[in-house]
Design a protein around this ligand. Structure first.
Ligand code: URA
Length: 212
């Protein structure tokens, strides 16, 4: 698995405001969108393209356009929704699928409760959006779901990641044969006993949308 931890002062600055408990929901949502657009720039470095011939006002030339089939962006409900706008701003022609994941509090196993995705994802590059890579259970289940549908190139974009979650992800897909990439805004210190990322930013869903 390829792991890319963003190393850019603008990203760290925005993350610092995001982490601050005094930051209100509207500001938090806005910052998440901005951060995702910056992370998406790195995450799409290997997006598939094809040559295209165009005519500028000066001459004929060759450029690149995104290949068909278009990439699929998959926000994981609920907190991943807050990342969608920032991603589609960068790739407006991407298709968007949705994946609702829930965790059984007894077994701690994540399972899918809703999805709106093509049955066949063969040949599609998938970009999974989930702000917090904590224990890794949700992301592993989501990626497995996409692989079962034929996805053969998957990039997860997370605002923050914990080392424990990265290890779980690496172990889960070490032998899958499917290239998995993680692009994250920061690699935090650890998980606490409640499964929260430390120093983290608290509950991403609550901070985006309030406690409902
Ligand atoms: N999910 C969150 O929203 N925050 C964490 O710190 C861990 C998981």
């Amino acid at each position: 698995m390829k792991v890319h931890v963003a190393d850019h002062p603008l990203i760290t600055h925005k993350l610092t405001v995001l982490r601050d408990e005094r930051t209100d929901s509207p500001t938090f949502r806005h910052l998440v969108e901005e951060l995702v657009t910056l992370l998406a720039y790195e995450a799409t470095r290997e997006v598939r393209t094809e040559k295209v011939s165009i005519k500028t006002p000066v001459t004929q030339t060759t450029g690149l356009k995104l290949s068909d089939p278009r990439p699929v962006v998959v926000p994981i409900l609920r907190a991943g929704l807050g990342m969608l706008e920032g991603m589609t701003r960068l790739i407006p022609t991407a298709e968007v699928g949705f994946l609702g994941m829930v965790r059984d509090e007894k077994t701690l196993k994540a399972s899918t409760y809703a999805n709106r995705l093509p049955e066949n994802l063969a040949g599609r590059q998938c970009f999974v959006l989930d702000p917090m890579l904590a224990t890794g259970g949700t992301l592993v289940a989501a990626i497995n779901f996409l692989i079962e549908r034929g996805a053969d190139d998957i990039t997860a974009i997370c605002i923050l990641s914990a080392p424990e979650g990265i290890k779980v992800l690496e172990d889960a897909f070490a032998k899958s044969g499917v290239p998995i990439t993680l692009v994250t805004g920061a690699l935090d210190e650890k998980l606490n006993e409640h499964g929260y990322i430390v120093p983290g930013l608290g509950d991403a869903g609550d901070r985006l949308y309030g406690v409902v």
